[in-house]
Design a protein around this ligand. Sequence first.
Ligand code: ZN
Length: 558
Amino acid sequence: MNYKWIPVSLLILVGIGAAAPKPSADLLILNAHIVTMDTKHPAATAAAIQGNHFVWIGESSEASHRFPKAQSIDLHGATVLPGIIDAHTHLIELGKSLIRLNLKGVANEQEAVERVKQRVSSAAPNEWILGWGWDEGKWASHYPDNHALSDVSPNNPVFLVGLHTFAAWANKRALELSGITKDTQDPAGGRILRDEKTGEPTGILLNHAQDLVEKHIPPMTLEQTEQALALAAQECIRSGLTSVHEAKVSAIMIDAFRDMIRQNRMPLRIYGMLDGSDSALVSQWLRRGPEIDPNHHLTVRAFKLFADGALGSRGAALLQPYSDAPQTRGTFITPEPAVYDLTRRSLQKGFQVCTHAIGDAANRTVLDAYARALSEVPQAHDPRLRIEHAQVLAPEDILRFAKLGVIASMQPVHATSDMGWAEQRLGPQRIKGAYAWRSVLQTGAHLPLSSDFPGETLNPFYGIYAAITRQDPQGNPPGGWYPDQRLTLDEALRGYTVEAAYAEFEERSKGSIEPGKLADFIVISDDITKLAPRDILSIRVLKTFVGGQLVFDTEAKQ
Ligand SMILES: [Zn+2]
């Protein structure tokens, strides 16, 4: 448009209109206790929403006459928080566990076989019957064999993983398709249980022997992927999550997310970290560049790498040997040159890199790789590189997060899950730099928090409780485990809201309740700011709103 030709009077009108915009609203939230997480305006009792966004935050007494035409919801004093952003999740794994035949709580072999029989009756020819949840610990003294399973399912392969995934129970067809016979050797780290007389495999596979079958299970179809993601997303919105950072996304998952968003079947907002070990996926995305969704449904602008393994299984890479296994320092999965190389290419193309690092050697190596790449791509604008977990840090590395602008993406529940054995692995000195949220935060680094579900519960209030107490749900140990590292409630809430939004470059649109931001928020059962820490565990989510839409409501019939 050529502004020269616009009459002066019209310009004045436009000018006046722009100076004093009077927003209208579709929806008013009234009589609420709103914890906004906006430092300039931390509390309010009313909010006005138009379309997807908040347009006004203030007091209930003023709201109704400001917005006389809006529909309103009276919350009768209930507490409202910004929608929880879980900065490290595995939605697809949660979904897989929800679509498998659920055997949790089955009392005995007959009951499990009966459920398989029912499932087989509706299965397609040759379709794999996948289940999970029989208790391999409880049943260890009298494991079943494959006979009853094979009788009810002679043609469909059946593979039933135990509750803790240490054992699986297969039928004859599954063993055949996997080529497991009495001549098959036990794999490293696994055992094939065999009939004492005949030597034939019984159908029970322990630990890594499960992989022998798993690699023959066909990958999920697009339809199955969508079904799994839909079930997982429902769990999330019931728990108060409105956005997740999915920490390893494959090509089929991207197709599934796109489909579901198009068909309005994905209530969650997704920030995807592409699987950095899939070289075809990596080169495809480096060629095309990041995908930043102006509607904030699905943004793909990060790669996920694994520098090392886990501390419990001694796979975390340490600078010095394990205190309880002096012959090992753990193992690297992605060595420094590969982390550096992908980081350099990512910075050139505008991608973020999120690298899993547990051990102090892994964390140092990733910081080194990031520093090298950052110095070589000085034109990279606002890179926000992340380390996922940052679990064990050498004291001299803690400062480097803030210095390099590296985000420490940490999981409060990992500390309380691991506190029973972590010090045995690390000894009394190194443990001081482990799960050291406060030490990291004090340096000025960004600290988004997350659950890492389904390895841990997705309930964010459990995470907040763990962050502020460093205790298990029973209140142990008294006073908290290394309590100097506890966070305040405000710091923990920031971790699940504004800090998590920053970690996905969305701090202008998400993470707090303020005008102009997306209307993602939850209504909870209690005033979290007034509860004793233990009672935070009992908070229930009553309503979840995403983009001003009510996507979960305890009062609605589910
Ligand atoms: Zn993870």
